[in-house]
Design a binder for this molecule. Structure first.
Ligand SMILES: Cc1cc2nc3c(=O)[nH]c(=O)nc-3n(C[C@H](O)[C@H](O)[C@H](O)COP(=O)(O)OP(=O)(O)OC[C@H]3O[C@@H](n4cnc5c(N)ncnc54)[C@H](O)[C@@H]3O)c2cc1C
Length: 650
């Protein structure tokens, strides 16, 4: 029998270590193995990707290509510039392929694409081999073990995981790779439609992605940023499996850090170095295997003499959260990424709602400006000129570097949605999609839903103060001074509230607090904007809006949401107060309890929470009424910057 001729299709797994799919390809004992990457126009033109993440991807590809060549000097990563859906039938024929092997992708588009490719392979008589490898558990198995339901809480993940069994141990990288065989491409390239190009704003030169099938030098090389016409990256973080494994080694070498890691105790204001591992972008591109990370951490925990931390706050717990969001996405598909028609996402009539394509029922990427002020809030949030230095510092760090600490993400997400601007979480998720180097659709969407209290979490009365919260971590304001240099010389007393500083001092410290952040000063004196609203007032408005929406209690797939008649249930001013006449505040609705769970982080201000004997936190009102609120682990109940919301006047 002739030996298999295999294409190994790299996508979510830019690594050689612990790759069950690559191992499956090698187990076929192939005569030749073509390691390829298809330059898919979906990601080039239709998914939001900023320069920093492009650069990170190219880094990972270059590093992988070098590692492949180290194992076989005749081989490397072969970049082919065409959509997989049109390329594969031609490749199968040209290279006489018998097997196509790849890692399973449960993203909504990934599934659709792979179904199409599987069909094409079938027609060509090519056997397709798929192995899970991107998550701790196969996300489809996790869903199956969760009664075929999306995983919406950590306890569901843990219970479903226990049914599946132990997380698989990582496998080592191969020591050798077969030759790739003859690399001819005698067919014509089918150029993809480059319009609409959602990423045109990322370019300052012509996009030459698809000028030639094997690239400008016909050598299948990884493209350069220039070839893609992209603006230069500004992030200091560089990609690649080599860097990822070195970073992991360094983390694991610090046994105390690894074994006692508690997410709520890591400072969002720490930089150089940051307080958490910063391994997320490597996990996203598959440059680091999550099982390698999990077991190396778990092995340290198992032999640790002191008191080790446990999920959800521990390092392994963080990886379980990742699996939770992957499970939710695997079960829900495209609608996971939006409110409309999503049975698990609460409907809140946020400002700047997404435009929906009436044919597909999916969000189009555009939005409606229903409120001019909200549009201004959104733009100022995105551009880091809200006038709240903590928020602006984070948004500027995000834009420049593509990564911010988890609690920083909490702060800006809460501020944009239910704790400040009352803007749709989908707007925020899109900005993160563009700018994060670790953007992972499942995790980004899931965390935005969590923070906006539309799914996973329901304690909407717990908001982050842009003043009290950072003060807890960084009294001197060093983080703000780095990312908002206009305020570099401000006294620490005013660093989070610079508008309160006397004008003489503002002048002395070289920056006037005035305007909206568009003007930058006259050369002698810099300018930093005044806050775009009074936070306490705006926060109160948001809480009332959330209460109202929770009381009405619609989910994204409710017929009233689908046909637009939800409007009849809300006041014209959708944020308007509704307290009093309609029973308990929504956050205390019984059925929400099963889903509400802390994500291992804390630090939100609360409207009025108290801690019960069991360690569970309830709102004061609920406590007075003898009702328990949402589950919150005792270890996560510490509050900072707590303030009591002003009582509403009748
Ligand atoms: C609004 C918002 C959007 C987010 N978007 C993304 C995203 O697009 N991609 C992404 O990977 N993470 C996202 N997160 C989750 C989390 O903030 C990042 O995973 C984490 O900050 C990455 O830094 P780290 O690698 O140092 O994490 P560590 O604390 O060192 O954790 C180790 C790993 O666990 C995983 N992890 C940790 N926390 C979470 C979490 N809450 N949800 C899912 N996985 C987690 C990550 O893979 C991370 O690398 C988002 C969080 C919020 C609040």
């Amino acid at each position: 029998m002739p030996k298999p001729r295999v294409i190994y299709w790299f996508r979510t797994d830019l690594r050689l270590h612990d790759s069950p799919a690559l191992q499956a390809a090698l187990d076929l004992k192939p005569e030749c193995l073509y390691p390829i990457w298809t330059w898919d126009p979906h990601y080039v033109y239709r998914a939001r990707v900023g320069s920093n993440r492009w650069q990170f991807l190219l880094d990972c590809q270059n590093d992988l290509s070098k590692s492949i060549t180290k194992l076989n000097s005749k081989s490397k990563l072969l970049l082919i510039r065409e959509a997989p859906q049109t390329l594969f039938p031609k490749l199968f024929k040209e290279w006489k392929i018998t097997h196509l092997v790849f890692e399973k992708d449960t993203d909504a588009y990934g599934r659709e694409r792979d179904d199409e490719v599987k069909e094409l392979a079938k027609e060509a008589g090519v056997e397709v081999v798929i192995r899970p490898g991107r998550t701790l558990y196969d996300s489809d198995e996790l869903v199956k073990a969760n009664h075929n339901k999306p995983t919406m809480s950590m306890s569901q993940v843990q219970a479903a995981g226990a049914k599946i069994g132990d997380i698989v141990r990582p496998i080592p990288a191969p020591k050798a790779l077969p030759d790739p065989g003859l690399i001819t491409l005698s067919f014509n390239q089918q150029k993809p439609a480059s319009s609409p190009d959602i990423n045109s704003i990322q370019r300052d030169a012509e996009d030459k992605s698809y000028h030639a099938l094997a690239g400008p030098n016909q050598d299948f090389a990884v493209p350069t940023m220039d070839e893609l016409g992209l603006k230069p990256a500004t992030t200091p973080h560089r990609g690649g499996e080599t860097i990822a494994l070195k970073m992991l080694d360094d983390i694991i070498a610090n046994e105390d850090y690894t074994a006692t890691f508690e997410k709520p105790k890591t400072a969002p204001t720490a930089f150089e170095p940051q307080a958490t591992t910063l391994l997320s972008p490597y996990l996203h591109f598959g440059a680091l295997s999550c099982r390698e990370f999990y077991w190396r951490a778990q092995d340290i925990v198992s032999k640790y003499k002191g008191k080790a931390s446990q999920p959800p706050v521990s390092l392994t717990g963080q990886l379980l959260f990742r699996d939770m969001y992957f499970g939710a996405q695997a079960a829900l598909g495209y609608v996971f990424g939006q409110t409309y028609n999503n049975p698990r996402c609460r409907f809140i009539p946020w400002h700047l709602p997404s435009e929906i394509d009436p044919n597909s029922g999916l969000i189009t990427g555009k939005y409606l400006v229903d409120n001019a002020e909200a549009e201004i809030f959104f733009k100022r949030w995105k551009e880091g000129r809200t006038g709240f230095p903590w928020i602006d510092a984070l948004m500027r760090q995000l834009k420049q570097e593509g990564w911010i600490h988890h609690l920083g993400r909490h702060a800006v997400a809460c501020f944009l949605t239910r704790g400040g601007c009352y803007v749709d979480w989908e707007r925020g998720a899109e900005v993160f999609e563009e700018w994060l180097i670790d953007h992972e659709a499942a995790c980004n969407i899931g965390n935005w839903q969590w923070l906006s209290c539309t799914a996973f979490f329901a304690q909407f009365y717990r908001c982050y103060s842009p003043i009290a919260f950072p003060q807890k971590w960084d009294k001197d304001g060093n983080f703000v001074r780095k990312y908002v240099p206009e305020l570099e010389h401000f006294d620490k007393k005013y660093i989070y509230e610079p508008w309160k500083a006397p004008i003489v001092d503002q002048k002395k410290w070289g920056c006037l607090v005035k305007g909206n952040g568009i003007e930058t000063g006259d050369g002698k004196l810099k300018m930093y904007p005044k806050p775009m609203f009074d936070f306490a007032t705006q926060r109160e408005v948001c809480i009332q809006g959330m209460k109202n929406a929770y009381q009405i209690g619609l989910y994204g797939n409710d017929p009233k949401v689908l046909d637009g008649t939800w409007r009849k249930l809300f006041d014209d001013n959708a944020e308007g107060p509704t307290e009093g006449s309609k029973g308990l505040p929504g956050a205390q609705v019984e059925h929400e309890d099963e889903n509400a769970e802390a994500d291992g982080t804390n630090g939100e201000d609360s409207a009025a929470p108290t801690k019960s004997k069991t360690g569970k936190t309830t709102s004061k009102k609920a406590a007075e009424q003898g009702k328990t609120g949402h589950k919150r682990e005792a270890s996560q109940g510490t509050l900072d910057g707590m303030f009591t919301r002003k009582k509403k006047k009748d």
